[in-house]
Design a protein around this ligand. Structure first.
Ligand SMILES: Nc1nc2c(ncn2[C@@H]2O[C@H](COP(=O)(O)OP(=O)(O)OP(=O)(O)O)[C@@H](O)[C@H]2O)c(=O)[nH]1
Ligand SMILES: [Mg+2]
Length: 360
């Protein structure tokens, strides 16, 4: 599962990516310094998992991860091939969700490709490019399906209807009306991907929340229509924090009246964006956190660990992490009858601790 960091050039995408991954990719005041997508693996901060490992005391504890992809910045006209146009768009097509970084920070030393700082304009510019690229994909597909329709197969008539509906919504700029589940999955429309708006603010804006909120009100309205989350983060500050020890970082955050770094909020929002739930395995020397899509069944979850475990799945012993922590140990939880037996239709819930039984 991958989240793409997307936005205009020079808005702070790589700065944020670096902070998230603590990797050292170039983040310079120069548009297009990210040309190939950089993929970073980011551990999910998880207090619940820490508490579980405190109980279990495994030899090794492995956190769950999400991949972030730092994608090259786009410019006006990308959908017509301007800038890195098609390359940029094809990289977005491959990710499962999008963090759209929008510049609000004022810094006169950092040039804006559009000549001024205007978050709403930038947001609309990027979304328009994505819509235009999608309209192109839809047009091509509609042409093909119309040809196929002449062979008389019914399924093409249905597909055509869905495609034309999406086309109409996009022509009206109504991204919110697109039903991604209905569309052919290989079409991978950019504007149908789950998105979160990440507003990159500066330290001043961070210290003046009311003013900043007013400035960003139009973005909130947009986000409400699309039903997407808005995060406000100072990427430069996050980059500095990432280089500090936890204690120093806490002190630094306190100066801004913050209690947690923006990175944690971004990662958690990313997990929600991908609609993933976490489950834990604690058997043997390694305890581990796993991420699966909401609605995953117990055998599918077992298959994530090993395909043999899915094929030979018999049953699962399940307890929520919170209950396990409250009981004090797995043995006590079992004594109290708090561990349930679940079968092959069970849907894994967020926070489940699972012991799989299988036969190979
Ligand atoms: N003042 C300030 N500067 C920032 C902030 N975030 C990023 N910058 C600066 O903006 C410039 C561009 O940042 P990058 O992270 O390289 O931007 P990008 O979006 O990855 O740019 P491209 O890859 O060229 O599209 C750098 O000089 C950063 O130091 C911020 O929150 N505040
Ligand atoms: Mg970059």
């Amino acid at each position: 599962m991958q989240i793409g960091i997307v936005g205009l050039a020079n808005v702070g995408k790589s700065t944020l990516f670096n902070a998230l991954t603590r990797a050292d990719v170039p983040a310079l005041n120069y548009p297009f310094c990210t040309i190939e997508p950089n993929v970073g693996v980011v551990m999910i901060p998880d207090q619940r998992f820490l508490a579980v490992t405190d109980l279990v005391q495994p030899e090794k504890a492995t956190a769950a991860v999400i991949e972030f992809v730092d994608i090259a910045g786009l410019v006006r006209g990308a959908s017509r091939g301007e800038g890195l146009g098609n390359k940029f768009l094809s990289h977005i097509r491959e990710v499962d969700a999008i963090i759209h970084v929008i510049r609000a920070f004022a810094d006169p030393n950092v040039s804006s490709v559009e000549g001024s700082v205007d978050p709403l304009r930038d947001l609309e510019l990027v979304e328009t490019e994505l819509i235009l690229a999608d309209l192109q994909s839809l047009e091509n597909r509609i042409e093909r399906v119309t040809r196929m329709l002449k062979t008389g197969e019914r399924k093409y008539a249905e597909e055509l209807k869905v495609l034309q509906e999406a086309q109409q919504h996009l022509n009206e700029g109504r991204i919110d009306l697109i039903d991604a589940d209905k569309l052919p999955p290989d079409l991978r429309l950019l504007s149908a991907k789950p998105v979160l708006y990440l507003i990159n603010i500066d330290e001043n804006q961070l210290l003046n929340p009311e003013e900043t909120e007013q400035l960003l009100q139009p973005l909130r309205e947009k986000a409400a229509v699309r039903n997407c989350e808005v995060l406000m983060v100072c990427a430069a500050l996050e980059a500095e924090l990432a280089a500090l020890s936890p204690d120093e970082a806490r002190e630094y955050l306190a100066e801004f009246g913050l209690d947690a770094s923006g990175l944690t909020r971004i990662i958690e929002a990313g997990r929600r964006l991908l609609n993933l739930v976490t489950f834990y395995t604690i058997k043997g020397p390694e305890s581990r956190a796993w991420l699966v899509p909401r609605g995953t069944t117990a055998p599918q979850a077992a298959g994530k660990i090993h395909t043999d475990m899915e094929r030979g799945f018999i049953k699962a012993e399940v307890i929520s992490a919170d209950k396990l922590i409250a009981c004090g140990s797995l043995a006590k939880a079992k004594e109290q009858g708090a561990v349930r037996l679940e079968g092959k239709d069970y849907q894994v819930q967020d926070g489940d601790v699972i012991l799989f039984h299988f036969n190979v």
